[in-house]
Design a protein around this ligand. Structure first.
Ligand code: ATP
Ligand code: MG
Length: 185
């Protein structure tokens, strides 16, 4: 196999820090317990929020995508996951911010526009920010969603690999957002 010819399944995402990840995982477990039949929970290490799904690209395109990411100049921000949502067709139960700050939209828009300008795969549909919690969920949640604060100071590029134990996400680049005036709490 020539790695430079190999096809890599890639996406840009916001990646939760360890504390936020733990808080999201707790809500995933609480929700899972209320589902009428067995679900497929997202593993802790896989919890993420997709910015742009690129799909299968080659090594050269991956380098181009990394160069595009360098061009993004968006502000760091914080938001709150505070609402559960359900996509009935893929049976996905997810966690969403009910308010999406302008900086978040700006980051996604800059990235997607620059990908398009570079002739790379990009998202055609409008962005629906969400963190998938459960697959094979058969019911929307009626629980009140607790608020999880998430301070977003960077975005990442991830390669998604299908392995025996399930999908494994490997970050292959991270880019800071601007002016991260973020304290420790
Ligand atoms: P699996 O497909 O094995 O269940 P997964 O969905 O977590 O695992 P990927 O299919 O590689 O892993 O998807 C990576 C990310 O990209 C996920 O957030 C997924 O929702 C999103 N994604 C996948 N396919 C598309 C698509 N066609 N359009 C938009 N986003 C997609
Ligand atoms: Mg998938």
């Amino acid at each position: 196999m020539h790695e430079h010819r190999a096809s890599l399944r890639c996406f840009f995402a916001f990646w939760p820090d360890a504390d936020t990840r733990l808080a999201i995982a707790r809500q995933r477990d609480a929700l899972s317990a209320t589902q009428p039949s067995p679900v497929r929970p997202m593993r802790d290490e896989n919890l993420h929020l997709t910015l742009v799904f690129l799909g299968n690209i080659n090594q050269q395109q991956l380098h181009q995508a990394q160069a595009v990411a360098e061009q993004v100049r968006a502000q760091a921000f914080e938001w709150y996951l505070d609402r559960y949502g359900y996509f009935p067709r893929p049976k996905v139960l997810h966690y969403q911010p009910s308010h999406v700050p302008a900086a978040a939209e700006d980051c996604q828009h800059q990235l997607n526009t620059a990908l398009q300008a570079a002739g790379l795969p990009h998202e055609q549909r409008s962005w629906v920010p969400h963190v998938t919690l459960l697959r094979k969920a058969t019911a929307a949640s009626t629980r009140q969603a607790p608020r999880v604060r998430w301070r977003v100071a960077e975005f990442v590029l991830v390669v998604s690999r299908q392995q025996a134990q399930g999908v494994v996400y490997e970050p292959v680049g991270r880019w800071p957002l601007l002016n991260a005036l973020l304290g420790n709490n």
